[in-house]
Design a protein around this ligand. Sequence first.
Ligand code: F6R
Length: 266
Amino acid sequence: MDVIIRPDAAAAAELTARLIADALRARPDLVLGLATGRTMAPVYDRLAAWHRSEGLDFSRCRTFNLDEYIGLPAGHPQSFRHTMETQLFRRVNLRPEHAHLPDGSAEDLRGAARDYEAEVARAGGIDLQLLGIGSTGHIGFNEPLSALRSRTREKALAPATRRQNAAAFGGDPDQVPSRAITMGVGTILEARRIVLLATGEAKAEILARAVEGPITAMISATALQLHPACTVIADEAAAARLTGQEHYRWQFEHEPEWAPYREESR
Ligand code: F6R
């Protein structure tokens, strides 16, 4: 795992977007795993801006989102499908049939979960998976005690997650759907490369436990320590509780892999 600390949330989102854009340029038929949430909005803004200004090309890219709420009618403004349409899909030249999310309105949710796994496999697996981290330490909606080998399935949201996401539902946690369909931890770990973005002081404590704490199903993000190609990008506020900051900063300054990203990100 690499940890990269950027001065503020804008710089952290910019670097995340650059890693995605560079992967897409290197491989135009990239299979890209996406996340929703407040952390991701500035990443999608950057990608949309580069599509406009530099012609960043999504025409061959296929995307798979991590999760979707269960029980929201199609087109509901807080559905992750709708959020992705407005934040990214309609702003770039991604083909609608290439944009996949789990089907949270399916009658047969088990079948929908199975189909989603099969669709990812048919696409050849995920090349680059973008992740946020929730206050419970979830990735996707893999709440505490999600099996570290879990696959796409239905999952109950933790009360803390419903509070975290309440702002989008008029501030009322009870309005946040109580269940979601989410890729499993095992599904996520199969991505060839993972980039997790965390910003803001509210994420500091859980990020430190995820990156530096023992691996535990209580915090699904700790499973990322097992992944051979995982990069965590944090702003100063989210990185504040990491004990290894000096080492992470040294690595970013010295590892040849990061050279192209050092100068411009100063
Ligand atoms: C969203 C998702 C979640 C979020 C996490 C952080 O698709 O899978 O794991 O990434 O809850 O959300 P924000 O960015 O709103 O703090």
